[in-house]
Design a protein around this ligand. Structure first.
Ligand code: SF4
Length: 458
């Protein structure tokens, strides 16, 4: 299974890749199938059934809204986030859903959107969509949202959908050990090897353009996060902090990275808070590799770009490519889904990816880069997913800031060594998978344990 850097970094909307972006893509795919199979005109009702974690925390993660938007033919990378409230408001007010953007059907939220206390066997994030005419079922499909906006159709379980088309890569690797061996044999950095692989899908100029578009979307997300103030939606009354912190940091003047790393760390916190507040508010953002963990990679990349006068576009490209190499290993050998392995899979993977990206830019050898990624992931092992109120706010927003700083520290530690270390990245990824398998379901994006139940609403 070949995974591209563009599978891991996708422009989307908040607040969740598995609960918002994936379901929206699934519903849009279903609407498209109705049109392509000539069933749209006969459709009189569409039913959405949400299972497992999509049901447990679906409303807090806007899964219900994402399904409606997808059925209306909207895609997460194209929809204007500012238009979402009015589109949903219209559906609920008029009890009418414009399927695929063109065909009106009656819609009753209580009847047609079912949150079920059941699980389907393949994955905890499951949903089933079914279209009916006056009498019978016209089309049905079950989808699994497996993290990072990836979706798998039940009919395609043997050939996962949502991934880039299968290609033959010049440097195929399934483990960090294989990645390091290939780098050594061919005298390539991790970023160079990843670029060669990406060129199996598209020319280098397109890879670069695509990655710079991703970076532009990350910057826009930070800018929006620094501008927008007030309280986050969802009812917890969580105040946005990034704009105020930004003003306060600007008053302190420019930090000196060499003399005072701590002041630079406050900026890292700021960038992560800005992204995750924007994500929690349902704004435009980039999966990195998921929405819940979307602040870590942009925060570390912003840190490098802001405090290095010579930083340029080539650095952005190398950072994202090296980060993606580690994301591919996490996805292939464990999971990037909080519903599958807990937050270690989301924030842990993103932290490890960010460390790899920064290590690449700071001149690490491939072995040092692997060490940095290993340190970053190791110290997220066991991290549970327990979002309060089913919202991607507490602990998610601060957790990204902490993990971004952790990624930088991991790189600093790795660069002080020669790449030799005790536990390999492969073993840590395997441990994440096994720990996730042992983890109680209450700690895997169901909001039934941990902080989610420690919080009592007054
Ligand atoms: S706790 Fe972690 S995995 Fe769970 S929703 Fe928040 S960021 Fe995602």
């Amino acid at each position: 299974m070949a995974i591209s850097v563009f599978d891991l970094f996708k422009i989307g909307i908040g607040p969740s890749s598995s609960h918002t972006v994936g379901p929206m893509r699934a519903a849009a795919t279903f609407a498209q199938a109705l049109r392509e199979q000539g069933l749209l005109r006969s459709t009189q009702r569409v039913e959405v059934r949400l299972y497992g974690s999509l049901s447990a925390t679906g409303v807090g993660h806007a899964t219900d809204r994402a399904c409606l938007l997808g059925l209306m033919g909207q895609w997460p990378d194209r929809i204007d986030p500012a238009s979402i409230d009015s589109r949903i408001g219209q559906v609920l007010q008029e009890h009418c859903l414009m399927v695929d953007g063109s065909h009106p059907v009656a819609f009753d939220y209580a009847r047609d959107l079912l949150l079920l206390d059941e699980n389907l066997p393949y994955h905890p994030n499951a949903m089933r969509l079914e279209a009916f005419d006056a009498q019978t079922s016209l089309l049905h499909q079950t989808y699994y949202s497996v993290g990072g906006g990836f979706i798998v159709e039940e009919a395609e379980l043997t050939a996962p959908a949502g991934l880039a088309p299968t290609v033959t890569l010049p440097y195929e690797f399934d483990s960090a050990a294989e990645l390091l061996a290939l780098c050594g044999q061919h005298g390539l950095s991790v970023a160079q090897m990843m670029m060669a692989n990406e060129c199996a899908w598209r020319p280098e100029a397109q890879v670069r353009d695509g990655l710079l578009r991703i970076w532009a979307a990350m910057r826009e997300c930070v800018d929006n996060g620094l501008r927008n103030e007030g309280v986050l939606p969802g009812g917890l009354q969580v105040k946005r902090r990034a704009a105020k912190l930004h003003r306060s940091l600007q008053e302190l003047g420019k930090p000196n990275v060499i003399g005072s790393t701590l002041s630079a760390m406050e900026w890292v916190n700021l960038f992560a808070l800005a992204v995750n507040e924007e994500n929690a508010a349902g704004g435009r953002m980039v999966t990195a590799p998921t929405n819940g963990a979307a602040g870590i990679i942009p925060a570390v990349l912003h840190y490098f770009m802001k405090f290095n006068p010579g930083a340029c576009d080539d650095d952005v490209v190398d950072f994202l490519l090296a980060a993606a190499a580690v994301g591919i290993l996490c996805k292939k050998n464990a999971s990037i889904s909080g519903a599958e392995v807990g937050c270690q899979g989301e924030v842990g993977s993103a932290c490890s990816m960010a460390a790899a990206g920064l290590a690449q830019l700071l001149g690490a050898t491939p072995a040092q880069l692997e060490n940095a990624a290993e340190i970053a992931l190791e110290h997220n092992l066991g991290l549970t997913c327990d979002p309060v109120g089913g919202l991607v706010q507490v602990p998610c927003i601060e957790r990204n800031a902490i993990a971004a700083v952790k990624a930088i520290n991991a790189v600093q530690m790795a660069l002080r060594g020669d790449g030799e270390h005790f536990i390999s990245l492969d073993r840590v990824i395997r441990t994440m998978r096994d720990t996730g398998a042992d983890m109680h379901a209450n700690y895997k994006e169901t909001s039934r344990g941990g902080l989610a139940v420690a919080f009592v609403e007054c």
